[in-house]
Design a protein around this ligand. Structure first.
Ligand SMILES: Nc1ncnc2c1ncn2[C@@H]1O[C@H](COP(=O)(O)OP(=O)(O)O)[C@@H](O)[C@H]1O
Ligand SMILES: [Mg+2]
Length: 233
């Protein structure tokens, strides 16, 4: 297995001036394709996962949510990676409140939620790391939260831990519309993806599509671009 062959680049928001144009275009087509994949069932809850750690789940979750929010629909981004949360770090927002505290009843939803972090984009950060992530994510309170949020938001994007390593995505499977599987160019292997697919199939999670993150744009003669490309199932 080839792992960590390519050095990860620094995370950039799609709103950054230096964000590569090709990657922006890739996010636009990811949004379009995702909306097509969701439309037959009117689904609106998408879990973003990958086989292993460090493959770009959180980066894709954030930039996909931002891309969707620019289309004037209400988006909720949830950091459900309660093991290695990074949404708050990447967005540079407070994480003393959030999902882990709200789910167990320590906070109300409105205390835990960060509203309008960007126009049309609300964020539920992870909150402090709890001792029992799978239990919280598979709980009745989590289900009720997603149901309530579905009434208010047009789409909900959930960043999750790696599916080949922990069961967190599997325990949420019946609360979500489908899964977007992120793979890392040069790092994720076919065996990794196969294993993820088997796990997702076992729990009846619908695979909405796959994203290849970290693809180099060789056409650029000025500099190397990193982008994400979407392939449907
Ligand atoms: N499209 C990309 N091209 C290059 N590097 C990327 C890309 N997306 C993410 N990275 C980098 O890879 C590392 C892991 O990304 P992250 O989104 O935190 O992964 P995960 O959530 O799967 O652990 C980060 O350093 C991030 O900046
Ligand atoms: Mg992450």
């Amino acid at each position: 297995m080839i792992k960590n062959k390519r050095k990860p680049e620094q995370f950039k928001l799609i709103t950054d001036k230096t964000f590569p144009f090709a990657a922006k275009e890739a996010y636009n087509s990811l949004r379009t394709n995702l909306l097509y994949a969701l439309s037959p069932t009117n689904g609106k809850i998408v879990a973003v996962t990958s086989s292993n750690a460090g493959e770009g789940k959180s980066s894709v979750s954030i930039n996909l949510a931002l891309t969707m929010a620019t289309a004037k629909v209400k988006i909720l981004l949830i950091d459900a990676d309660l093991r290695r949360p990074s949404i708050h770090k990447k967005l540079k927002i407070d994480n003393s409140t959030g999902l882990s505290r709200f789910i167990v009843g320590f906070e109300t939803m409105s205390d835990a939620l960060k509203r309008e972090v960007f126009p049309n984009l609300d964020v539920m950060t992870s909150g402090p790391i709890p001792p029992n992530p799978s239990e919280l994510l598979g709980s009745e309170n989590m289900r009720i939260f997603l149901q309530k949020a579905s009434d208010y938001y047009d789409y909900i994007i959930i960043d999750t831990p790696p599916v080949n390593i922990v069961t967190d995505v599997a325990v949420m499977a019946d609360c979500i519309s489908g899964v977007l599987l992120v793979t890392s160019y040069g790092n994720t292997t076919f065996e990794d993806v196969k294993k993820s697919n088997i796990t997702l199939e076992k729990v009846n999670a619908k695979l909405l599509g796959m994203v290849v993150a970290g693809v180099e744009n060789k056409k650029s003669i000025y500099k190397k671009d990193s982008s994400s490309y979407y392939t449907s199932k």
